[in-house]
Design a binder for this molecule. Sequence first.
Ligand code: SF4
Ligand code: SF4
Length: 410
Amino acid sequence: MRLKEMDFSVLQQCMHCGMCLPTCPTYDTTKRERNSPRGRISLMRAIATDDLEMAEGFADEMSFCLGCLACESACPAGVDYAGLFEASRADIEEKGLNKGLGRKLVRFGTLEFLFMRPRLLRWAGRGMRLWQKLGAAKFLPARLRALERQAPEIGERFSNELIEPIEGEGKWKVAMLTGCVQDLAYAEINRDTVDVLVANGCEVHTPPVQPCCGSIHAHNGEEEMARANARRLLDLLPPDSFDVIISNAGGCGSHMRHFAKLLPNDGRAKEWDAKVRDIHEFLVEVKVRPPMAAPFEEKVRVTYHDSCHLAHGQKVVLPPRMVIDLMPGVTRVELKESDWCCGSAGVYSLTQPEQSRLLLERKAGHIRATGAKILLTANPGCHLQIQNAMPELNVLHPVTLLAKAYRNEC
Ligand code: SF4
Ligand code: SF4
């Protein structure tokens, strides 16, 4: 979808009320109208009506936007900012307005090459793991060393080495998405998710090799690649074969709920969208079994950071908190501005390092103020961003705590 192809009523929906402005992290930083959702929508509308030519200034503006969708949650008119954002970035890519070496590396090195080839991505992960073990980063120039520090620490094993293709039996037949970054860096979270699903009466299907969901492509304006990946997922996990499709990563789940928009002529996409569930949402729906044991021997104080795409993209806010609050020996302290972006936002920390750093420092200050030594979050980007900045903190997925608690029952 391009801005000029969009239903004009979507572009006109903004009534300029400004309710979204206080929720927008980029507007909060600069206090400039053009860096706000309202300002950006005005630019999009002017481009769609040919009152403004699409140029580098617009590309820079859309690169500065985090795509965090906090504005969508705040908007009383129901403006589809996610749709407008993706259409804008697709236009920008088509016109070749995204320049710079960093951007080229992101496009060809990751989006087009690695994130379209799951087997190759794992081989790259193995290479990276070896590189990290050897400590080879010390030979890099300072700027690249700083970039390398932002990369995830590759796990010892990937999801296919930890999870059988079919596990458990019970009332619900579920398909489990292993993700890309989640698979490379946090495969144990996928293992924990399967354990929790099995403990709650599910037959879990986890194909060992899965394509990327295409979220990173759509977010960066690569619509065709996003479409190709959506088709591959529909082929691999036909929605009529499952009761639900489970995601444990905020960004992936948010994107996977909109395959019908990407593939309007594929009859399977609507059914797929209706069956996608975030893991916490599903657990609450099926009345998750409360654990009889605590996840840790000692009592712990935890806090929870909302991933933007879980809270604003999927509107899943209460279920993760309900799951955390079920656990004996765990006290949850609410985090100030918990749904304020941490600055990770896909590749934002690479493309907009200064704004990303500001947001991360703000987040870290609020986390410290809770006194919690454990931070729970449900998106690999946030997990990585916060853990890298706060090595003293134990960053975990809520499902990991639940899996630990179930294991301690034995
Ligand atoms: S997506 Fe986030 S950064 Fe972009 S306009 Fe909306 S609130 Fe602001
Ligand atoms: S809250 Fe919605 S309607 Fe109001 S200015 Fe923001 S986008 Fe427009």
